[in-house]
Design a protein around this ligand. Structure first.
Ligand code: NAD
Ligand code: IPM
Ligand code: MN
Length: 353
């Protein structure tokens, strides 16, 4: 079996971490023997924009359609406005390929640092299911009378019944399969249409899953409890923007941005899914070769699971944990002195053994 993977390394530390992700996938395929990867690299991103006036070619989505999966580094760099670079590449791919599920593990591995002084690995073990196609990111709005004294901007949240039901149902299925509780995070007290509706859909669907214990939190309280009592959360389902914010908070309590992985899934497999670390292009450390590749490698583990090799997902997470415990090959953000490449080399050494 050969998988065709589109690689969009992107900007800043994107290419540095992606190199290690590609190496990892190649080593896994070689060790396993049942499958192989063919990578095609696309130089799309901010540099491409400065040359070509666009983030990807006009037929970029058509080109990507033929691939089994997409591996993405990071998009966005000073010099190109963020709303252009992100909307015209990353967000376009998520939307065009209906990658409406964003799976983000918030799991403290052994050896990983956490600022929570009393928290153990058992306490921080969540999986976020972030709505990834609409909500606050629907792109609905207007900018009227731009630049004039009576200027008005409108940014609408769009919550469709279909959009809410499918992400909430996905989270229920996962909680049932993993025998875990499910927590919905919303804000119905202030967002009196969208989040009241979200809560209603959550409550309706929960009736189909009497075996799943559910909780519902307001997002402000949820962010407090993630720090004060993270054990409360197992599977979590939330809207696009809340999921974005809470998973950076999740990263902060579970080892940092250098470990935080994500998968943008089209569960129906009608379109390719996309795997990417949740961090950005980190302009502050770009080019220094010190970015942690472990978030990207964890995303590659998610890719392997999605392609049908859950044993490789587990193995890669175990390897990441071994590296954290041994402490010898870690980048500065994780308390070490290793380069990005050295960490990747160590992952590969462990895959081969
Ligand atoms: P960021 O995630 O790039 O960086 C935040 C902090 O985390 C920085 O101090 C950075 O050095 C650190 N960090 C991030 N990844 C790291 C890694 N692998 N190893 C070690 N340290 C790491 O967030 P930002 O600075 O707010 O955004 C920078 C740019 O990236 C912006 O243009 C933003 O829009 C974009 N962005 C893109 C994505 C994406 O492509 N998925 C995600 C987030 C931000
Ligand atoms: C993420 C990022 C993106 C998001 C940005 C860059 C548009 O922060 O993947 O978490 O908000 O989804
Ligand atoms: Mn984010």
């Amino acid at each position: 079996m050969k998988y065709r993977i589109a690689v969009i390394a992107g900007d800043g530390i994107g290419p540095e971490v992606i190199a290690e992700g590609v190496k990892t996938l190649e080593a896994v395929a070689e060790k396993d023997g049942r499958f192989s990867f063919e990578f095609e690299h696309f130089p799309w991103g901010c540099e491409y924009y400065l040359k070509e006036g666009r983030m990807m070619p006009e037929n970029g989505i058509e080109i990507l359609k033929g691939f089994d999966a997409i591996l993405l580094g990071a998009v966005g760099y000073p010099g190109v406005p963020d709303h252009i670079s992100l909307w015209d590449l990353l967000l376009t791919i998520r939307k065009e390929f209906d990658q409406y599920i964003n799976v983000r593990p918030v799991k403290l591995l052994k050896g990983a640092p956490t600022p929570l002084k009393d928290a153990t690995c058992d306490d921080i073990d969540m999986i976020f299911i972030r709505e990834n196609s609409e909500g606050e990111y629907a792109g609905s709005g207007s900018w009227l009378y731009k630049g004039q004294p009576n200027e008005v901007v409108i940014q609408n949240g769009v919550f469709s019944r279909k959009g809410c039901e499918r992400v909430i149902r996905y989270a229920f299925e996962l909680a049932r399969k993993e025998k875990k509780t499910l927590t919905s995070i919303s804000k119905g007290n202030a967002l009196n249409y969208s989040m009241v509706f979200w809560d209603q859909v959550f409550s309706e669907i929960s009736k189909e899953y009497p075996d799943v214990t559910t909780y519902s939190y307001l997002v402000d309280a949820a962010s407090m409890f993630m720090v004060k009592d993270p054990k409360r959360f197992e599977v979590v389902v939330t809207s696009n923007l809340f999921g974005d914010i809470l998973t950076d908070l999740g990263a902060a309590i579970a080892g940092g941005m250098g470990l935080a992985a994500g998968a943008n899934l089209n569960p129906e497999r009608k379109f390719p899914s996309m795997f990417e670390p949740i961090h950005g292009s980190a302009p502050d450390i770009a080019g220094k070769k010190i970015a942690s590749p472990l978030a990207t490698i964890w995303s590659c583990a998610q890719m392997l699971e999605f392609l049908g090799y859950p044993e490789w997902e587990k193995r890669l997470i175990d390897i990441i944990e071994e590296i954290l415990v041994e402490g010898e090959y870690l980048t500065p953000d994780l308390g070490g002195e290793a380069t990005t490449e050295k960490v990747g080399d160590e992952v590969i050494k462990k895959i081969r053994n």
